[in-house]
Design a binder for this molecule. Structure first.
Ligand code: DLL
Length: 436
């Protein structure tokens, strides 16, 4: 078998000083391109009193104005386009559950660089042209399917463009065609694992060796759970529609954070309240500048994802900076009775206590006080035959959550399989307070 540890070795292992020089050169060009072609951003620069001449390298990045999701909404659909539509070959879009959809445009060059990023992720997960790569992210407007599909082609894997859903068929193709790499959301991977178990099948009955999972937050506990049920090594992959899609960063075998494809995306961490740039190692909001995208080149885009960057040397030999798993989005964080709560904290407790990550958080407000309910599925093999037995388990789970969160939820154990399974991104929170 051909041994390929990197997809683009020279770039992926480039000495940091050289990488920074490359970023500086690209940034100078990109700022000029955006200033000349995107009146919306030019106006923001003028408001801040910055011209392209002020940007001579990455050390000047902080002078540029931020872009936010609100800007994307204001400029919808063409206001941030930097190339004529005649040069664009594709759009992708977000699911648009909150506010207006984000529509991102791509030239052929943009598609190529995006697919290269995904190819790097697949190779880092051990993928070669000997592999069969089952892409079970949604296809269509969502970037997951098309991104990993393109990456898989580039690596030369036999690509199974399954899209999400139809779990029985997923398992049949996986076994009949000997899929070795599975790409989907972690919640869908967990669901596939659960379905396998129900069919009386285990990790030894499927040929998978690796999974490339992302598009939603997932905990280390969930990783272990999936690795065990599917008998694979589970790699994280991150990205967002605004910056192209999956592959902005990806995990290598060390599994201690995701290498950001820094030749294409320049990352900063800022204080989400003040906008101040924070030093490496600080926890804050991740901001990206696309260095060589042509059609939709966002500069200093605030992702709302909270994480930490580190440039500690990595055993895989890649020099690109690593980001931690996002610890939640600043807009995913719930404030319940004045306390910050992230769904990932609940997930950690559940997995530690031996439950599956099938849960839903329902927040409401009664008599000016927040109510906080967590529905948790019982395990299929859990036999509880008294009402008191159920109450005792609920209480013990609620106590474990209280220890983690500082506030007391009402836990409700519900029947196995009663919480709707997700084939894409899981819906973990129902916040009824917002509906009022
Ligand atoms: O979710 C792109 C993607 C597809 C990434 C497939 C990975 C795999 P959006 O729908 O625009 O794009 O959502 C982007 O999802 O800002 C994060 O909050 C979240 N997210 C993406 N990847 C991860 C991850 C795709 N690995 C938003 N861990 C981002 C945690 C993630 N959150």
């Amino acid at each position: 078998m051909e041994e390929r540890r990197y997809y683009q070795k020279e770039i992926e292992t480039m000495p940091v000083e050289e990488l920074k020089k490359l970023q500086s050169e690209k940034l100078v060009k990109q700022v000029r391109h955006v200033y000349d072609n995107v009146p919306y951003y030019r106006a923001l620069m003028e408001e801040k009193g910055v011209t392209p001449d002020d940007i001579r390298g990455i050390e000047d990045l902080h002078k540029l104005p931020f872009l936010t999701k609100a800007d994307l909404r204001d400029a919808y659909p063409y206001g941030l386009l930097a190339k004529p539509l005649s040069e664009c070959v594709r759009i992708q879009s977000t699911s648009g559950t909150t506010g207006r959809r984000v529509v991102a445009f791509y030239t052929q060059h943009d598609v190529d660089l995006w697919e290269d990023c995904c190819a790097r992720a697949i190779v880092a997960a051990g993928g070669t042209n000997e592999d069969v790569c089952q892409v079970a992210y949604g296809y269509g407007l969502f970037t997951g399917g098309p991104g990993l599909n393109g990456g898989s082609h580039r690596v030369g894997c036999l690509t199974l463009p399954m899209s999400s859903g139809n779990t029985e068929r997923q398992i049949q193709f996986m076994t009949d065609l000997s899929a070795t790499i599975l790409c989907c959301t972690p919640s869908y991977a967990a669901y596939i694992g659960e379905t396998l178990k129900e069919k009386g099948m285990g990790p030894d009955d499927i040929p998978l060796k690796a999974g490339i999972f992302g598009a939603e937050p997932w905990t280390e506990e969930m990783r272990h759970n999936i690795e065990e049920t599917l008998g694979i090594k589970a790699y994280d992959i991150y990205g967002l529609t605004e910056t192209s899609g999956p592959g902005v960063s990806f995990e290598c075998a060390e599994q201690t954070g995701m290498h950001i494809n820094e030749d294409h995306f320049l990352a900063e961490i800022i204080d989400p309240d003040t906008g101040e740039v924070l030093p490496e190692g600080s926890k804050g909001e991740l901001v990206f500048t696309a260095l060589d995208k042509e059609a939709f080149p966002l500069l200093r885009y605030r992702t709302r994802d909270i994480c930490v960057l580190t440039r500690k040397p990595c055993s895989c030999g890649r020099t690109h900076i690593k980001m931690s798993k996002p610890m939640g989005r600043s807009d995913d964080m719930m404030i319940i009775r004045g306390v910050n709560v992230f769904p990932s904290q609940i997930e950690t407790v559940l997995l530690n206590e031996g439950y599956q990550p099938n849960y839903q958080i329902v927040v409401d407000r009664e008599n000016n006080t927040d109510t906080f309910d967590v529905l948790v599925e019982m395990n299929p093999d859990q036999v509880i035959d008294t009402v008191r037995g159920v109450a005792a388990l609920e209480k013990s789970l609620a106590n474990a959550m209280k220890t983690m969160l500082g506030i007391n939820p009402s836990v409700h154990l519900v029947a196995p399989k009663s919480i709707t399974r997700s084939e894409g991104k899981a819906v973990r929170v129902i916040d009824k307070r917002k509906l009022v």
